[in-house]
Ligand binder design. Structure first.
Ligand SMILES: Nc1ncnc2c1ncn2[C@@H]1O[C@H](COP(=O)(O)OP(=O)(O)O)[C@@H](O)[C@H]1O
Ligand SMILES: [Mg+2]
Length: 138
């Protein structure tokens, strides 16, 4: 799923060189259409917010936290200020200006709704100028 999503991004942004690493053999239980929307948004954001890096890097993987499988999408892009992390998932909430990075601010709100519908949680960690990691459970 993540591979397909990355292929689409590469086709849409042929001038952007991004080093993408996706853990092999990942599986998840959920609605495939909705989970595709989640990945499209998280990977689309990772692509967008790392787009100004000379050596953009995106990693998709999985770890186990408190016995729960946690998936993550990490990039080494613009990052964000953790002070405002609670705003990321609000509708029309954006931490970056439209002139700097275009967008409407509905992607992560949609992601949160889909993840919650699956009984999971989504959260993020970031550092300004160093990148961001979005985590979710299902
Ligand atoms: N990978 C990321 N790195 C840094 N900031 C991010 C990342 N993904 C999302 N954000 C922040 O969260 C906000 C909301 O994301 P989203 O709802 O997808 O809106 P949009 O993509 O239209 O900006 C973004 O405006 C940005 O400030
Ligand atoms: Mg987005």
């Amino acid at each position: 799923m993540a591979d397909t999503c990355v292929d689409t991004l590469r086709t849409a942004h042929p001038n952007q060189t991004v080093n993408v690493e996706i853990e092999r053999g990942m599986m998840a239980n959920g609605d495939p259409h909705l989970l595709t929307v989640v990945l499209d948004n998280l990977l689309g954001n990772a692509w967008k917010y790392s787009g100004k890096r000379a050596q953009a890097r995106i990693e998709v993987g999985r770890l186990t936290q408190n016995g729960r499988v946690t998936y993550f999408v990490r990039d080494n892009g613009a990052g964000f200020d953790m002070t405002y992390a609670h705003k990321l998932f609000g509708v029309f909430q954006r931490l970056h200006g439209t002139s700097e990075f275009p967008g409407t601010g509905i992607g992560l709100a949609t992601v949160q709704r889909i993840i919650r519908r699956h009984g999971g949680q989504v959260w993020a960690e970031g550092t300004v100028g160093q990148g961001a990691t979005f985590y979710f459970t299902l």
